[in-house]
Design a protein around this ligand. Structure first.
Ligand SMILES: C[S@@+](CC[C@H](N)C(=O)[O-])C[C@H]1O[C@@H](n2cnc3c(N)ncnc32)[C@H](O)[C@@H]1O
Length: 450
C-alpha cells in the first residue's frame, strides 16, 4: 500500500468535514491514529491545512469563484476540497511556495482518479497564485455585512446576529480573533503536584510551558499533538482545559465535603476541576445524556486520582425526584451553539444555524427549570455556556430569575480582579476571544432564595 502524504490526508479530512458532516477535531484524531507513521511535524502541517481551510472557507471560495468559470457550487466535491486546500496554502501559508501547493494539488487529483481535471486544478491555482495581490473585496463602508462575511469567512446569519448586539468594530474584532488558533491551556492537578514542579517536568519532556493568564493553576503549553503520550499526562499531573472553562469551577466555588451536581458533565473537565478544588472530599454526581461519554469522565477522574465522582446516565430535562433540594451546588454547563470555541473548532461556523440557537434555548430553559430544583435552599446554581449568544446566555438568565426563586449572586469574589466589570458585580460574566484572549464563555452564578 502506498503511503498517503500529509496534503492528501488533509484533503481527505476536509472532504469528510464538508461532505460527510464529520467534526474537525474528531476527524483529525481518527486520521492521526489511522496513519501511525505521521511525525509530529506532519500532524501539525495537516492540522494547519485542515483548520485553516475550514476557517477561511468563504474567503477561499470567493477567490476561487473569481478565477474559475465553473463555480464552487457546481464543482465535484473532491475537486473543491483539493482547490480549497491549495488556495489556503497559497494565501495563508507564507512558507509554502505557491508552486509546491499547485504541483501537489495536481498530484492528488491524479492519484484520486480525477486526472482528467488535473489541468483545471493546475490552471485555477496558478492563476490565483499569479493574481493574489489583485483580488477585489466587498467595500466595508458600502456593504459591511458582505465585507465581514468574506474577509473573515463567516456565514451571513452569524454576522447579522452578532451585529444585532454589538457594534461593527467589535464584531470585526470578534470575527478576526475567532480565526486565530489558540494556545493550549492545561490545569495543574493540585492533588498530584504543584505548578512549579509541573513546569519543570514539562520542560524536561521538551514542552515549552508558560504561566496562564487568569488563574494560578493554568499553564500554556506549546505541544498540540500527542499530549496523551506524555508521561506527565498519564501520571495525572494535568488536564487540558481552557482558562475560561476553569473559571466555572471557581465561580461554583465547591467546598470539601459538599454535594455537587454536574448535570451536563462529559467529558468531565469541570467535574474533575471541582474534585481538585474540593481536595477530593465530598460527592460529585456527574451526569450526561450520552452513555459513551461517561467513560471519558471516569477515565479522566481515575487518571487525575479523583474518587469522589459518580457518573450517571441521565437526561437533564427529566426531573429526578430523589435529588430535589439535596445539592449544595449545581452546575449546568449547558449544551450550546459553541460560538465561543470557533478558534478550536472552526467547522462550528458552517454547522450551526439560527434555528439551532432557538432550539437550544428551549433545551437550556428546560434544563434550568428542572435542575434548579436540585439546589438546597440557600445553595448555588451556576449556568455556563461556551457561546457568544445573548439568547442562550443573558436572556435565559433573565427569564430564569423572573420565573424561579433565585437571585443573581456577584461573581467578583471568585474571579481575578482584572475581570471585574459591571456584570460580574451583578452575577455573570461574558468572555470574548477578542477581549480576553480566551474561549468565548458565559458564566452566571445564582443563589436559591428559599
Ligand atoms: C458543554 S458540554 C459539557 C462539558 C463538560 N461540563 C466539561 O467541562 O467537560 C455539554 C454536555 O451536555 C450533554 N447533554 C446534552 N443534552 C443533555 C441533556 N438533555 N441531559 C444531560 N446532558 C446533556 C452533552 O452530551 C455534552 O457532553
Amino acid at each position: 500500500m502506498t503511503k498517503s502524504n500529509p496534503r492528501e490526508i488533509a484533503v481527505k479530512i476536509i472532504s469528510e468535514i464538508n461532505d460527510d458532516q464529520a467534526y474537525s477535531n474528531i476527524s483529525l484524531q481518527e486520521h492521526f491514529s489511522q496513519y501511525a507513521y505521521l511525525t509530529s511535524l506532519d500532524k501539525a502541517f495537516i492540522t494547519e491545512i485542515v483548520n485553516g481551510t475550514i476557517r477561511h472557507m468563504k474567503h477561499i471560495d470567493y477567490i476561487i469563484n473569481q478565477f474559475s468559470t465553473t463555480k464552487t457550487n457546481k464543482m465535484k466535491p473532491l475537486i473543491l476540497s483539493i482547490l480549497r486546500s491549495g488556495v489556503y496554502q497559497i494565501l495563508f501559508m507564507s512558507k509554502v511556495p505557491s508552486s509546491a501547493a499547485c504541483n501537489e494539488a495536481v498530484k492528488i487529483a491524479k492519484k484520486r482518479g480525477l486526472g482528467g481535471l488535473s489541468g483545471f486544478v493546475n490552471g485555477v491555482l496558478r492563476n490565483i497564485a499569479r493574481n493574489i495581490n489583485h483580488i477585489s473585496y466587498p467595500d466595508r463602508n458600502k456593504n459591511p455585512i458582505e465585507y465581514l462575511c468574506i474577509k473573515y469567512s463567516y456565514p451571513q446569519w452569524l454576522v447579522k446576529y452578532w451585529l444585532e448586539y454589538y457594534p461593527i468594530d467589535f464584531v470585526e474584532a470578534l470575527c478576526n480573533a475567532s480565526n486565530n488558533a489558540p494556545k493550549i491551556t492545561i490545569r495543574c492537578n493540585s492533588l498530584r503536584t504543584n505548578k512549579e514542579s509541573l513546569m519543570e517536568i514539562l520542560s524536561k519532556e521538551n514542552i515549552e510551558v508558560s504561566q496562564g493568564a487568569f488563574l494560578p493553576e493554568a499553564l500554556h503549553i506549546s505541544q498540540t499533538s500527542a499530549i496523551s503520550e506524555l508521561a506527565s499526562f498519564n501520571q495525572g499531573l494535568f488536564q487540558v482545559q481552557d482558562e475560561s472553562s476553569m473559571l466555572v469551577g471557581h465561580i461554583l466555588d465547591p467546598k470539601p465535603g459538599e454535594k455537587i451536581f454536574d448535570v451536563c458533565a462529559a467529558p468531565g473537565g469541570k467535574a474533575t476541576h471541582c474534585g481538585e478544588l474540593m481536595n477530593n472530599q465530598g460527592q460529585i454526581f456527574a451526569r450526561d445524556i450520552h452513555e459513551h461519554k461517561l467513560n471519558l469522565i471516569k477515565n479522566s477522574a481515575e487518571r487525575l486520582g479523583i474518587d469522589i465522582i459518580t457518573t450517571e446516565l441521565h437526561d437533564a430535562t427529566v426531573l429526578d425526584q430523589e435529588k430535589m433540594s439535596q445539592m449544595d451546588r449545581v452546575m449546568i454547563d449547558a449544551p450550546c451553539s459553541g460560538l465561543g470555541i470557533i478558534r478550536k473548532k472552526p467547522d462550528i461556523k458552517w454547522k450551526k444555524s439560527n434555528k439551532d440557537l432557538k432550539d437550544l434555548v428551549d433545551i437550556q430553559r428546560k434544563i434550568l427549570s428542572v435542575c434548579s430544583q436540585y439546589v438546597k435552599p440557600g445553595g448555588i446554581l451556576v449556568y455556563s455556556t461556551c457561546t457568544i449568544s445573548e439568547q442562550e446566555n443573558l436572556e435565559n438568565i433573565h427569564w430564569f430569575i423572573q420565573n424561579f426563586d433565585f437571585d443573581l449572586d456577584p461573581v467578583d469574589p471568585y474571579i481575578p480582579e482584572f475581570l471585574h466589570c459591571d456584570s460580574s458585580k451583578k452575577g455573570y460574566i461574558q468572555l470574548f476571544p477578542n477581549v480576553h484572549n480566551s474561549d468565548g464563555f458565559f458564566i452566571a452564578r445564582l443563589k436559591r432564595k428559599r
